[in-house]
Design a protein around this ligand. Structure first.
Ligand SMILES: [Zn+2]
Length: 449
């Protein structure tokens, strides 16, 4: 704790900016579940820091209550925060990142506001979604107080919904679906079904915290590539590795002919997690919600995100891909999944060339947050013509060639990086010495038989 000082409290906004000393602020953090990988406390911390900077406060200390439920304890009962609230002369302001980090009840909010008035201390809630911290000075007017109470009411209702879902066995039976086996969606864990027979899924404290953190980052405007890089840097396991580890199997494995100790997060992995309705507790098939006879979603367990949160996330992702990237071509390019880069054995993807009838297939290692030692690229019309010719020659057919046919036949084309420069011969067609065509004999034979 900092040394005590007995300077008078500053509490009116005009004095915060003109005063000779910046008001001292206490950062208050809270999380119900402590996990090893979550960065949620650091997320709260950064929102608090941002608010302090915006408002001209100096953070002097942090009250951190991790593993503490707001529903069961008032701010005055939490181990760390309570002792600070008993010593209000140490600071002038208390900052939380969100209202629900402070309270999950209207009564507790009323207690907090009364405490602020009594000790002439200011309460701040970061509210990163609104861009404006909510500031409650001891002289706060009725509309500010009402806003606080409304937000506390929302947080209380949210807590009650979660709790009702857990405690009422009838409700739980109806709301809790069944888990029939198969890959457990990321963010969940297997748990005994409340009925006493069989299994359901419940949010897994560790990975659910990762999902929530990712969602927060998306709403904060971070790109999926940046988020993927951060996850890789902080050694967070991808869903597949996470599953393997829990099954007691080794992480990593073979991919594109290369052995990986563990797999990396990519924008693709992230998108798959974030777009899956399993986040709402839905059973999915092929990435889509499975519905019962009445059209209602079949549930696998308690949802990790509410329907509203999931929709808000989808909007954020949609807005992202429309705003900063070219719209995806509606049809998948012929050689997606067929053409691979010889430098990294990763898939090559079609990229359009503006003003040209053809584009290029390119190594996309950077999109996977990897570095390719020899990224390959080739004109799409050349590579497609080459592949179709070789396929027809290999199968002695003259059929129309689709992407599905190529994939079903186990066709793979490996493209090596071209030499720099190159003479006029370069314009004549593909340098086939750069290309390796293979066809899985077993699959090919099965197709023909
Ligand atoms: Zn490559």
């Amino acid at each position: 704790m900092p040394k005590r000082s007995h300077r008078p409290a500053l509490c009116t906004p005009s004095r915060w900016t003109s005063g000779e000393r910046r008001p001292r602020a206490l950062a208050a953090l809270r999380l119900s579940c402590v996990t090893s990988v979550t960065t949620s406390p650091s997320r709260q911390r950064s929102v608090i820091q941002l608010s302090a900077e915006k408002l001209g406060f100096t953070l002097i200390a942090e009250a951190s209550d991790l593993g503490v439920s707001a529903r069961q304890t008032s701010p005055f009962e939490r181990p760390s925060l309570s002792s600070w609230l008993r010593q209000p002369h140490e600071y002038e302001v208390v900052i939380w990142s969100h209202v629900d980090r402070a309270v999950r009840s209207v009564a507790h909010m009323a207690e907090l506001i009364a405490w602020g008035r009594e000790h002439t201390r200011t309460l701040v809630f970061g509210m990163p979604e609104d861009d404006h911290p909510l500031v409650v000075t001891p002289q706060a007017d009725g509309s500010t107080i009402r806003r606080c109470m409304d937000l506390a009411h929302d947080a209380e209702r949210e807590a009650r919904t979660i709790s009702a879902r857990l405690s009422s066995s009838h409700e739980a039976l109806r709301a809790t679906g069944r888990y029939g086996g198969g890959l457990i969606p990321f963010g969940y864990q297997k748990a005994p079904h409340p009925s006493g027979s069989g299994w359901c899924l419940t949010p897994d404290p560790e990975t659910a915290a990762v999902v929530r953190m990712i969602v927060e980052h998306v709403h904060a405007g971070q790109s999926l590539i940046t988020i993927a890089r951060e996850l890789n840097d902080s050694d967070v396991l991808v869903p597949r590795d996470c599953h393997a580890q829990r099954q007691g199997r080794p992480t990593g494995g073979l991919r594109h002919g290369r052995d990986f100790e563990r797999f990396q997060w990519t924008s693709g992995t992230l998108s798959k997690v974030l777009r899956s309705p399993s986040l709402m507790g839905h059973r999915t098939h092929g990435g889509k919600t499975v519905r019962d006879a009445t059209g209602a979603p079949v549930l696998i367990g308690q949802p990790l995100l509410s329907d509203e949160e999931f929709q808000a996330l989808q909007h954020a992702l949609d807005a992202r891909s429309n705003g900063t990237r070219q719209p995806r071509s509606r049809t998948t390019a012929l050689l997606t999944g067929v053409a691979h880069c010889s430098g990294c054995y990763g898939r090559m993807y079609f990229a359009a060339r503006k003003g040209y009838p053809y584009g290029d297939y390119m190594c996309r290692a950077t999109a996977r947050a990897e570095v390719c030692p020899a990224p390959a690229g080739m004109r799409s019309d050349w590579l497609e013509a080459y592949t179709v010719d070789r396929y027809r020659a290999a199968t002695a057919t003259d059929t129309a060639v689709s992407r599905e046919l190529l994939l079903d036949s186990g066709v793979r084309v490996i493209v090596a990086k071209g030499r720099c420069g190159g003479g006029p011969a370069r314009l004549a067609g593909p340098d086939t010495s750069r290309l390796t065509f293979t066809l899985d004999e077993r699959i090919g034979a099965r197709q023909n038989s």
